[in-house]
Design a protein around this ligand. Structure first.
Ligand SMILES: Cc1ncc(COP(=O)(O)O)c(C=O)c1O
Ligand SMILES: N[C@@H](CCCC[NH3+])C(=O)O
Length: 417
């Protein structure tokens, strides 16, 4: 097997890698646009808004692309709020999720005028009231339901089971709707659920959505006017060809249409991975080949600090050599230089033989790649490049060692508390 030239969104990746040092991420703007359009088409006929889960890929240029196509944001921190606003996403299209919103974050989000708070605990609900009252504004809120549904995904990215920290039970949510008098500055007028990520089966979704639809009907009968139901994100993608069978977006849309047929308000969708995962690759070069007793290591210049998913979830990403040489196939453990045995991108992978300097592409790295990267082992943050029909733009330049170290202080600067 050889891949002589790999064009991604009209850009020759070998030529690109000849211009800039590896490792770096490359994203296809066209692929992201196609996903946005496909989802928007699917939602045709529904009163629905897409609020992209910023955590999946929070690069400003990616957020800008979302903004230009009418996509809002689902944020979980003040940092994500600032990025989204800076990229041109209007506050009125931003929903704020997360179990640990601090008072300072709530203040900032209220002052910015975000659309909705997805509230995850009673304590947060009352804090929201307190802050909104103090600021003299009205906060619009949705209660995040924990429907106790097993999304059938990796346990570390499952969020809708009772034992997960997210959301509250229907019983508790029901109680919240009777607190109107204690919450004069909060309009509790929405429901929210997000049961997990990389979901490959439609049934858990359907159950969680059904649970919200039933509750919405009960609330409507009791005189509560719901304006929004936020169905979360979670749509999975194909990481391993022939192995992962993702849900067709049309089937997902059909479930929403079927389950919420009598809901008179707006649906909010919070997809992250589905919009960006397949639009990204991580380019890396082989540093050396190391033969050991019963295996051969291909040591590459990307590492777990650049792409954490394999180390954290044993996630599979295809690894494709782009050296273009006709070579026999060999088995490699593809590893990075970080001092952890989990710094492994693939075990026993059959691929064309490689040597030092060869370029490789780690696929489907557009979601939870750069956004989860760190400087572990004092490796500066990885650059990112946006490709668009034969053009490219560096959207995060390589962090220098000085930038990485900046902000740290020598301990001589003691102060008395
Ligand atoms: C509240 C919320 N919404 C949306 C998402 C996006 O999930 P995904 O990237 O799987 O679509 C997440 C992450 O799991 C989340 O926690
Ligand atoms: N970071 C995870 C997904 C978690 C989504 C956020 N709740 C991943 O890479 O698959």
């Amino acid at each position: 097997m050889t891949v002589s030239h790999h064009f991604f969104d009209g850009v020759d990746l070998q030529a690109l890698a000849a211009q800039m040092p590896t490792p770096f991420y490359a994203y296809s703007a066209s692929a992201i646009r196609q996903r946005i359009a496909a989802l928007q088409d699917t939602l045709e006929g529904l009163d629905a808004r897409i609020c992209y889960a910023v955590k999946a890929n929070s690069n400003t240029a990616v957020l800008q692309l979302m903004a230009r196509h009418g996509v809002g944001a689902d944020i979980v921190s003040a940092g994500e709020l600032r990025r989204s606003l800076r990229a041109g996403i209007e506050a009125s299209r931003i929903v704020f999720s997360g179990v640990g919103k601090t008072e300072a974050e709530i203040v900032e989000a209220l002052q910015a005028g975000v659309w909705k708070f997805n509230v995850e605990s009673r304590d947060e609900l009352f804090l929201l009231q307190q802050v909104a009252g103090r600021l003299g504004v009205t906060a619009h809120a949705a209660v995040r339901i924990n429907p106790d549904v097993d999304a059938g995904t990796h346990e570390k990215i499952s969020t809708g089971k009772q034992e997960n920290k997210f959301g509250v039970s229907i019983e508790e949510a029901r109680e919240w709707f009777s607190l109107r008098e204690a919450l004069p500055d909060v309009r509790l007028n929405g429901l929210h659920a997000h049961i997990g990520s990389q979901i490959l089966s439609l049934e858990p979704f359907r159950r969680a959505m059904q649970c919200m639809a039933d509750f919405a009907r009960e609330l409507a009968a009791a005189g509560h006017r719901l304006r929004t139901i936020d169905v979360g994100g979670g749509l999975g993608v194909t990481y391993r060809t022939g192995h992962d069978r993702p849900i067709a977006v049309e089937s997902y849309g059909a479930v929403l249409k079927e389950v919420f047929t009598d809901f008179p308000g707006t649906l909010i969708l919070e997809p992250g991975r589905w919009l960006v995962a397949e639009a990204g690759v991580l380019l890396t070069r082989a540093i050396r080949v190391k033969a050991a007793a019963n295996r051969t290591f291909l040591v590459v210049d990307a590492a777990m600090n650049d792409l954490l998913r394999p180390a954290m979830y044993e996630a599979w990403h295809e690894i494709v050599p782009l050296h273009g040489k006709q070579m026999r196939e060999v088995r490699y453990d593809v590893v990075g230089p970080v001092c952890e045995s989990s710094d492994t991108f693939g075990v026993d992978r059959l691929m064309p033989e490689c040597e030092a300097g060869d370029l490789l592409m780690i696929t489907n790295a557009g979601a939870y790649g750069a956004s989860m990267s760190s400087t572990y082992n004092s490796r500066p943050l990885t650059p990112e490049v946006l490709l668009d029909r034969g053009r490219h733009a560096v959207i995060r330049r390589r962090q220098t060692f000085e930038e990485m170290i900046a902000g740290e202080c020598m301990a001589e600067a003691w102060e008395t508390a």
